[in-house]
Structure formats: C-alpha cells, structure tokens
Design a protein around this ligand. Structure first.
Ligand SMILES: Cc1cc2nc3c(=O)[nH]c(=O)nc-3n(C[C@H](O)[C@H](O)[C@H](O)COP(=O)(O)O)c2cc1C
Length: 414
C-alpha cells in the first residue's frame, strides 16, 4: 500500500519528507509547530503577519503600546493615513522572530516564513522589502509569498546576498497566476523554487471569488503541471487545500506533485497557537457551520466558522495600535464600513458591522476562526476526555499520520 513516506520532496540535493505545514497568521503556525515539522524532516512555516504583536507576546517588547501612544491623538479620527510603521522596528521584530526560531531548528527539515502581500501597512513596497530582507538576514530557509500576486517581490530582494540561496516560493490558485509571476520575473533570472497550488477548500484567504465552489484543486494542479511541462520548467508543485489524510496526499504525489501543504489538521495540535477554547470550537464544528464570506478587508473571500466572534462585531478600528491592512493611501475597507454604520446609527453606543471585519484586532485576539473546509472532520481525528472535551493532539502524531497512513485511515491518539 503506497504511503506518503514512499515519496521525497527534493530541493537540489536536500531530501525532505513531502509534508509542508502551511503558514497560519497571526502566530497560529507558531515557531514550535514549524520546528516540529523540521525536526520530523518536513517543512514548517512561521508567519510574519502582525509581527510586532507576535514580538510583544514572545519577547516582551512594547511595540504595540508604543505605537498606540504615538498615534493616540488620532484614535477618534476616521482618517488613518497618518499612521505609519517604523521600518527599523519592523526589521528588528522580524529578525527576532526569525532569528530565535532558526537558532532552535533541529533535524533534517526546514523552516520557511509565510509572507502575505496584502499586509500593505500604509506603505506596501517599503514595508514588504523590509519584511523580506529581514527574514533573509535572520537566516530563514525559505519564503512563501502569499495572499497577493507578489509580481514585484523578487525585485525587492534581488540584490540581497541570499536571493539565490534561500528557497523562494509562491502560492497561486491558477496556472494563469503562475504564468504572470514567471513572465514578470524573467528579468531577475530566477524561478521560484516551488509553487504551492492552493485550491478552494483551503483555510485563510482564498484566491478565488465567491464562485470558489466551481473549482477543484486536482484540475488546477493538472493545469499547472501541464503548463510547466509545455514550458519545460522544472518547478516542484505543492498542492494545498482539503488534503485531510495521507491517502489524499498520495493521490497528488502520484499525479507528480513534489509534496503537499496542509494546515487545518494542525490547528488542534498542542503546538498550534490557537487558545484551547478555540481548538475545541474547531473540533466541535459541523459542516453547516463553515462558510466562505467577504468580511475580510483584503478583498479576498475567507473561510471561517459562522460562530466567529469577528462576524458582525462593530468595534472601533484599531489602526493606531495595528494598521496592518492600511493600503498605500492609509485606507481599509473596514474603516469605511464602520463609519457608514456610525452614520446610519447616530448616537448609538454600539454598532454592528456585517459586511467587513476589523481583521487586525480579531486575528490578534484569535476571534476570527478561519479554517479549511474539512474542519468538521477534526472530531474524527481524536478521542474525548472524561469531561467531554476533545483531546488535542501532538503535531508529531498528526505529521506521522499524514506520513504513514494508508487507505484513508486516520490514526487516533494512543
Ligand atoms: C487557521 C488558518 C490560518 C491560515 N492563515 C494563512 C496565512 O496567514 N497565510 C497563508 O498564506 N495561508 C494561510 N492559511 C492557509 C494554509 O496555509 C494552507 O495553505 C491551507 O489551509 C491548506 O489547506 P487545509 O487547511 O485544508 O489543509 C491558513 C489556514 C488556516 C487553517
């Protein structure tokens, strides 16, 4: 019986277990989770989303408080364009997060960082350049460019000494997006080292419209592979989204995939950053509780549990403390939606904002319960404790279940 462990992901001469744990911001894919993947011979991701929040939690820095102090005068102002990130602090926080993680790497695997272009931070190019360059400076093994087309990202780092030695990958949801990226980057004379093909059943933001259900991961993967073959390009293809068992993964490996990227099954592991209470929500989820909605201000649909506290919460925008989604003009569609709700309800102490959510605040508080489509199957991956709660799993257990399971079986914890 073929199992995922019968395959290897090759990066040059480096041989890896073909399991990549996808990036999950904000610190849901923790260093501890990524390090476990690396220890077990696969690839783990940390994320640089809301890096200053992560740094404050991990390293007792005071970035968020200090930024809020700096911009306190603007809290009641609907115009947030004055709120800027200090690039030196961004570099410092990134280097700390990446550096400390890389110091702790053990085993034959690798640790990458997930970098979402949509975190535009009121200065998209400048902040992205600092994020990418600082991660490279601090010794990250690879960068996965996510949430956005990143057409110009390679040129932001092409003069970096590690531009050709670090692994650089891109997440796409169509062959066309990959074509565009490669065409745009020919000038840098460097191809991506891998391409994650993310289908419509993934967690987080989706690279599809609200017609996502029309698409199927296996067809997109086949399209991407056909195009690469026709162009004689040898780039490892890594499917993602809805790969729930080792057997699902083997199906893609037999199509010619180099590895798989998975995430949802790791959301209920001890190493995952979600609070225990939220892990239990994921375990308890039923299929009818999962929805794809347009509440994210990024403009991408996002999959989440309908019970997410982020949905409909009309909190005051918190850009003076966070502001990660402010675009180049200092705007965010949540601010607009919030202001509209205030105008429609003059004098109201509390408003409900249905169409958009303050993603920064809610991700920071683990109140946006984003998940892959098959979150409702997590309850079948564990046993219950005496008090009726579900038992969270070790990342090693889940990793090895992907690696060794056959015939669609899922191993329960001992
Ligand atoms: C809780 C959660 C958070 C996620 N956050 C991100 C993110 O910050 N950036 C990103 O590129 N993908 C994100 N994803 C997508 C995953 O990295 C991965 O590609 C996808 O979820 C794989 O599908 P699966 O969850 O069905 O295994 C997230 C997924 C989950 C479940």
């Amino acid at each position: 019986m073929t199992k995922l462990d019968d395959f290897r992901l090759m990066f040059g001469k480096r041989e890896l277990v073909p399991i990549m744990i996808g990036g999950m911001g904000v610190d849901i894919s923790t260093s501890a989770l990524a390090l476990e993947a690396a220890r077990l011979g696969g690839i783990g991701h940390i994320s640089d989303a809301m890096i200053k929040v992560v740094s404050d939690n991990k390293f007792n820095t005071n970035y968020v408080k200090e930024k809020l102090q700096r911009y306190k005068f603007n809290v009641a102002n609907t115009d947030k364009s004055v709120v800027h990130f200090r690039l030196a602090e961004l570099a410092e926080a990134t280097k700390m997060h990446v550096g400390k993680t890389m110091e702790a790497v053990r085993g034959a695997g690798m640790v990458f960082i997930n970098c979402m272009e949509k975190l535009t931070m009121n200065a998209p190019k400048e902040t992205l350049a600092v994020r990418l360059r600082s991660a490279l400076d601090a010794g990250i093994d690879g960068i996965t460019l996510a949430a956005g087309l990143h057409l110009g990202s390679f040129s932001l780092i092409e003069d970096h000494p590690r531009f050709r030695d670090a692994k650089l990958g891109i997440i796409v949801s169509s062959a066309r997006a990959l074509q565009l990226f490669i065409r745009k980057n020919i000038r840098t004379n460097r191809l991506p080292d891998y391409v994650v093909v993310e289908g419509p059943l993934a967690g987080g933001h989706l690279g599809f419209g609200m017609d996502w259900a029309k698409y199927e991961l296996s067809s997109i993967v086949a399209d991407v592979m056909a195009w690469l073959k026709a162009e004689k390009l040898d780039i490892p293809v890594i499917p993602a989204g809805g790969i729930f068992t080792g057997t699902d993964a083997v199906r893609y490996m037999e199509m010619g995939a180099a590895g798989v990227q998975v995430a949802t099954r790791f959301t209920v592991t001890n190493e995952c950053g979600l609070p225990e209470k939220v892990k239990q929500e994921y375990f308890r989820a039923t299929e009818d509780l999962v929805e794809v909605n347009e509440t994210s201000p990024t403009g991408y649909p996002m999959r989440m549990l309908k019970s997410s506290p982020s949905i409909g919460a009309g909190i005051r925008p918190n850009c003076e403390a966070y502001g990660y989604l402010l675009d180049a003009k200092g705007q965010c569609s949540y601010i607009e939606a919030y202001n509209k709700a205030l105008e429609a309800n003059p004098g109201a102490k509390k408003v409900s904002v249905k169409e958009k959510t303050c993603l920064c605040t809610h991700m920071r508080n683990f109140d946006c319960w984003t998940c892959g489509h098959y979150v409702y199957r997590l309850k079948d991956t564990t046993t219950k404790n005496e008090d009726g709660s579900y038992r969270s799993l070790s990342a090693e257990h889940v990793f090895k279940d992907y690696q060794f399971s056959t015939e669609g079986r899922i191993a329960l914890p001992a």
